[in-house]
Design a protein around this ligand. Structure first.
Ligand code: MET
Ligand SMILES: [Zn+2]
Length: 784
């Protein structure tokens, strides 16, 4: 029997108990003691679940009140000076100040920066390293939790973020010349002290997470990491170290990783096969390469997908486990989830409404523990499980709910010119200028307006049957009328309907497309107490009927100004959903692209002259390895083209993207060939514009002029200053004026003055910069 193991379990609790407890504490309606009691109860419950499932390695310190990377910063005493930490044990409120900022009285400190954990939707708090950064053990959490589990009879495998990963994802002060290697060297004695203490408490194994090893790694960083693991081996020889890698395969870092002086290496065997945006698509080859390198070490096999909700194909996985066991011996093989189960929902049993057949195809974290256990046992003992798994796989393979011949035929018949507009941009632009009257520096917004409590209440009432469809529609139309009136009053040029009818920009479309289903409690932590509930794409996707046309048509009927239609793009829909694992992601997004194309055409027929297809998530879908970028980007550009290109030249297609750091993929954004793009960049003070100094973005563009993530209202002067900066690098004939992103999370109290300031900013810019349109040919000097 191989060992059944797990890298991490979701923290939030099946009913999001942690969220409730945290938010009560932050509001002041619960004490720290009450919060910590809930946390303790969750840990105990999750340890018991894993032990009762028969797992031999159960993690500890995978739990956190907010974020496990923040916990590392506390453990090693990496607390930025603005929190005025006294240098002792980092207390609860300092931790939360680091996570969320603190505003009391005249104290006003900002939170640490937050960013996505590799290519997941989980956000961690970015460590900040001062030039003279020192480290010392400053938290007892990892020891306390080990002892807490011990008292419950479980000898856990404590989890730490490894130094290479911690340093790689941290941020150095601007004036710092310190290298990753220096930081790793300074961290080494602190880690050793922690590991020695854990060993003294009775830990046998420790799990050191090094997902940085699946990235393109620098040789100097690898050498520093080796120094660290050599030191651990020398100073804590009794402790067995498992280096855990996940989210992609090791590729050119495999030989290095397996040569480290550690007891075991964990690899992810689920991210290939078209499931990630990665070219590592042959799990068998990946496994064989690992087995060849694993001599003398334990190989921990991530065969159960920690990032999706599908039941494991036990037959396929068991064959892989058996192959590894045959080569390495049963003592040297661990069976595990591909990564921490943090990225999957907690328990399928909490789904009361899920259709029985769909449910039979799924496994959440709790069910995945059972799969891991089954795969650790000899074939002869799991005949029942294997047969059940085979039945599920056969059922999915042949289900008519999944396979729609019309959708497959349509994808197969796609031609290259379906992904291209009829004419090049300059020709389209002339047609659009003739059809749509706009001033220079036209003003618009990104789509959503405040989702007020009244709107949410109406939606909830509709769900409960307390409001009829007709009553709900009337309520939404009133909201649209309000938003249109407001935009007239402020003087915006291109209006939007405000998206009141949408719960969420992906869910709204998923609910109307075939091939999607939704869970009731399938929450996954996004950051801190925040969770998301991704839709599940289980089958071929098609559109039965128009999804947005009636709302856009109604909104257009209220104004003679252009009303922008508003859709979510295929890449974003895939990126923010649980995606089927029985076909490549690219096939799923292609099908969605065709469905969106139909909607775009229907909007045009309904008289909508400007249509925006949001691709908010295109940047975050970028593969972890540079080598995989071109294939992903080519496919994304094609998907966008398919969605956008069913219309006439005179119809103007917009897109919108969030998060800065687009500089590396600007060429692909241009290749999407939207007539206009609005792009988030005011948080980075328009650093994005640097990219345009060297790369002339060929079409129209609106770099966001104010940050909608903050309640702060921008001044006219600030907006004008940003716009003046923008016209230095962007042809003024191409420049739009818009906020960073949608306004749905803001209140009207902030939105009103902010948009007034924005429109005023555009007016002042028009007085400063005269734009004359001399020809349709762009690129010749025109401005100022
Ligand atoms: C996260 S991007 C949001 C785009 C959407 N149209 C909105 O305005 O909310
Ligand atoms: Zn956005």
């Amino acid at each position: 029997m191989a060992k059944a193991t797990n890298l991490g379990f979701p923290r939030v609790g099946v009913r999001r108990e942690l969220k409730t407890a945290l938010e009560a504490y932050w509001k002041g309606s619960a004490t720290a003691v009450e919060l910590l009691a809930v946390a303790r109860e969750l840990r105990a419950r999750h340890w018991a679940l894993q032990r009762d499932a028969g797992l031999e390695h159960v993690p500890s310190n995978d739990f956190t009140l907010y974020d496990h990377v923040l916990d590392m910063s506390c453990l090693v005493g990496c607390v930025p000076p603005r929190y005025q930490w006294d240098g002792g044990v980092v207390d609860l409120d300092t931790q939360f100040a680091m996570a969320r900022g603190r505003q009391v009285g005249d104290v006003d400190v900002t939170a640490m920066e937050m960013t996505k954990w590799l290519d997941t939707n989980y956000h961690f708090l970015v460590p900040e390293f001062a030039a003279d950064q020192t480290f010392k053990v400053s938290s007892t959490k990892v020891f306390d939790e080990f002892e807490e589990a011990l008292a419950l009879g479980v000898v856990t495998r404590p989890v730490l973020v490894g130094p290479l990963t911690y340093v790689t994802f941290g941020k150095k002060a601007a004036d710092s010349v310190v290298s990753n290697g220096d930081l790793i060297a300074r961290l080494t004695p602190v880690f050793i002290e922690v590991l020695q203490r854990l060993a003294a408490l009775g830990a046998v194994w420790v799990q050191i997470d090094e997902p940085a090893l699946v990235l393109d790694c620098d040789e100097a960083d690898k050498a520093a990491a080796r120094g660290f693991y050599d030191a651990v081996r020398a100073c804590v020889p009794s402790l067995k170290v498992l280096v855990a890698t996940y989210f992609d395969t090791l590729r050119d870092n495999a030989a290095f990783t397996f040569s480290l002086p550690v007891a075991g290496v964990h690899i992810d065997l689920c991210r290939g096969e078209g499931q990630a945006n990665t070219s590592a698509n042959d799990a068998d080859a990946v496994l064989d390469a690992a087995v060849a390198l694993a001599e003398g070490k334990v190989l921990s096999m991530g065969v159960v997908d920690g990032r999706n909700i599908w039941r494991n194909d036990l037959s396929v996985s068991l064959r892989r486990v058996e192959r590894a066991v045959a080569a390495l011996g049963v003592e040297s093989v661990f069976v595990a989830g591909s990564c921490s189960l943090l990225h999957s929902p907690v328990d399928l049993a909490a789904e009361g409404k899920l259709d029985e057949q769909l449910r039979s195809w799924m496994a959440f974290a709790t069910q995945k523990l059972g799969e891991i256990k089954a795969l650790s046992r000899p074939r002869a003992e799991i005949g029942g499980e294997l047969a059940a798994s085979d039945r599920v796989q056969a059922d999915r393979r042949s289900s008519t709910r999944i396979h729609d011949v019309r959708v497959k035929a349509r994808v197969a018949s796609l031609t290259d010119d379906m992904a291209r507009r009829q004419s090049p941009f300059s020709v389209r632009r002339a047609a659009q200028r003739a059809a749509i009257a706009l001033p220079s520096f036209p003003t618009t917004t990104i789509g959503s307006f405040p989702q007020t409590p009244a709107i949410r209440k109406a939606r909830a009432a509709l769900k409960r049957g307390e409001l009829t469809e007709a009553e709900y529609s009337a309520a939404m139309e009133r909201e649209i009328q309000l938003v249109v009136d407001f935009q007239h009053e402020v003087g915006l040029d291109v209006l939007v309907h405000g998206e009141p009818e949408r719960n969420d920009m992906v869910e709204y479309f998923g609910e109307q497309l075939s091939g999607f289903t939704f869970t009731q409690n399938g929450w996954v932590q996004s950051y801190g107490s925040r969770c998301v509930k991704p839709p599940v794409i289980f089958g071929d996707v098609s559109r039965a009927a128009p999804m947005t046309v009636r709302w856009s048509k109604y909104a257009q009927s209220l104004t003679t100004k252009p009303m922008k239609g508003m859709l979510t793009g295929p890449i974003t829909i895939v990126q923010w959903s649980f995606v089927r694992d029985d076909q490549p992601r690219q096939m799923t997004s292609r099908q969605i692209a065709l469905a969106i194309r139909d909607e775009v055409v229907d909007l045009e027929v309904a008289g909508i002259r400007i249509i925006q297809i949001d691709e908010a998530a295109v940047r975050e879908g970028l593969p972890l390895r540079r080598a995989d970028w071109p294939a992903y980007l080519t496919s994304a550009v094609t998907d966008f083209g398919i969605a956008a290109s069913g219309v006439q030249d005179a119809t103007q297609i917009h897109t919108h993207m969030c998060y800065s750091e687009f500089n590396t993929m600007i060429g692909s954004i241009a290749a999407m060939d939207a007539d206009a793009i609005s792009i988030e960049c005011s948080r980075s003070k328009m650093e994005l514009l640097d990219a345009f100094a060297s790369f002339k973005y060929p079409n129209e563009i609106g770099p966001g002029v104010y940050d909608i993530h903050s309640p702060r209202v921008p001044t006219v002067a600030e907006i004008v200053a940003l716009l003046v900066k923008a016209v230095e690098v962007i042809d003024p004939r191409l420049l739009w004026v818009n906020p960073d992103c949608g306004l749905k999370t803001r209140g009207w109290a902030e939105v009103k003055p902010a948009l007034v300031a924005m429109v005023q900013g555009a007016t002042e810019l028009r007085a400063l910069v005269q734009v004359t349109e001399r020809s349709n040919e762009l690129g010749d000097a025109v401005s100022v």
